[in-house]
Design a protein around this ligand. Structure first.
Ligand code: NAD
Ligand code: UFG
Length: 338
């Protein structure tokens, strides 16, 4: 298939492009590089030994997108990763988040209708469940996201669901990711946050590298066995494989298809930190800090639907996630900007 990948230079997008190429698909990337580097795409091409057609363009720019779709009349499907994703920043810059994430989804929907593209896979998030019973199951009623970022995921899901009603031949796949971590085992591609990382794993790895002084653990008084929050960490390569599997199984199967992509296993902040130290044989200084606003004590996926229907499940464990994160960190101490 010929797949147009928005946000394909980003963290999850780059790993997915690699997996798509490996599976024999052709890849066209559209990315404005607002949170990524062209070098990620170069490295994917080298790893796969195949080339990618790359456009530096903004998915909210309708004219630019129309020109790309007019140029490539053989696109079979879209994977839509492009979006802003920092929860805290979205509270400070709601207009930017709503505009970027919602208009991007609207423009792509318009392009699909205009150019007769029937397949889209959308990067959603476990954040759409809000505070809910665990494990999170696809059939649950959705919650109320506590920040604009989460709202953009909920709204984009709704836009695509409504589009699928109006265009009954469309296949809309909503993939709800849990906590993606890790990097490709080659150490060539990985997560390259700009500035101080917001997320736990890149923060741990930058402390281990000596770029940050210590980890702040946001709260150890949650109702969990060790008092720290529990999440479902999933290796980014498993996640990437999940996208390819979803596309291959669901292309041209009309309707809306929703899947959790997680491992189904909960790991606490303290357990992840300890695993990282043990696997990589190093020490990561930490301190207990106050709770972070908006954090939920514990959530993890019921990942059985993806296994049952897609034949996909996450196979890489916490040790692999820690080892691969550290390999990427040590081989690329400043991300792609060496
Ligand atoms: P990322 O920032 O590394 O990748 C997003 C990519 O989209 C970047 O390359 C960025 O330059 C590009 N982009 C952003 N706005 C754009 C625009 N208007 N036009 C063109 N390109 C644009 O983030 P990621 O972690 O790879 O996340 C990918 C997707 O998965 C996002 O939609 C994110 O919300 C979603 N997601 C991520 C997580 C996570 O924890 N990483 C969890 C759940 C969902
Ligand atoms: N944490 C720390 N210290 C840090 C960073 C994080 O203790 O420096 C803790 C958090 O308090 C939380 C856990 O580590 O308990 C995980 O935090 P992350 O920021 O890595 O991930 P979140 O679960 O908060 O958020 C992730 C994605 C969001 C998504 C959300 C729900 O980053 O995009 O899951 O799906 F919205």
């Amino acid at each position: 298939m010929v797949i147009l990948v928005t946000g394909g230079a980003g963290y999850i997008g780059s790993h997915t492009c690699l997996e798509l190429l490996r599976a024999g698909h052709q890849v066209i990337v559209v990315d404005n590089l607002c949170n990524s580097s062209r070098e990620a795409v170069n490295r994917v091409e080298k790893l796969a030994g195949k080339s990618i057609i790359f456009y530096q363009a903004d998915v909210t720019d309708e004219a630019a997108l129309a020109a790309i779709f007019a140029q490539h009349t053989n696109i079979d499907g879209i994977i839509h990763f492009a979006g802003l994703k920092a929860v805290g920043e979205s509270v400070v810059k709601p207009q930017q988040y709503y505009y970027n994430n919602i208009v991007g989804t609207l423009v792509l929907s318009k392009m699909m209708a205009q150019f007769g593209i029937k397949n889209i896979v959308f990067s959603s998030s476990a954040t759409v469940y809000g505070e809910n019973e665990i494990p999170f199951v696809e059939t649950m009623s959705l919650g109320v996201p506590t920040n604009p970022y989460g709202q953009t995921k909920l709204m984009s899901e709704q836009i695509l669901k409504d589009m699928a009603v109006a265009h009954q031949e469309w296949s809309v796949v909503l993939l709800r990711y849990f906590n993606p971590v890790g990097a490709h085992e080659s150490g060539q591609i990985g997560e390259a946050p700009q500035g101080i990382p917001n997320n736990l794993m890149p923060f741990i790895s930058q402390v281990a590298a000596g770029r940050l002084e210590k980890l702040n653990i946001f709260g150890n008084d949650y109702p969990t066995p060790d008092g720290t929050c529990i999440r479902d960490y999933i290796h980014v390569c498993d996640l990437a494989e999940g996208h390819v599997r979803a596309l291959e199984k669901l292309a041209d199967k009309s309707g809306v298809h929703v899947y959790n992509l997680g491992t189904g296993q909960g790991t606490s902040v303290m357990q992840l930190l300890t695993a990282f130290e043990r696997v990589n044989q190093l020490h990561v200084p930490y301190t207990i800090a106050p709770r972070r606003a908006g954090d939920i004590a514990a959530f993890y996926a019921d990942a059985s639907k993806a296994e049952r229907e897609l034949g996909w499940r996450a196979v890489r464990d916490i040790e692999a996630m820690c080892r691969d994160t550290w390999r990427w960190q040590t081989m690329n101490s400043h991300g792609y900007d060496q």
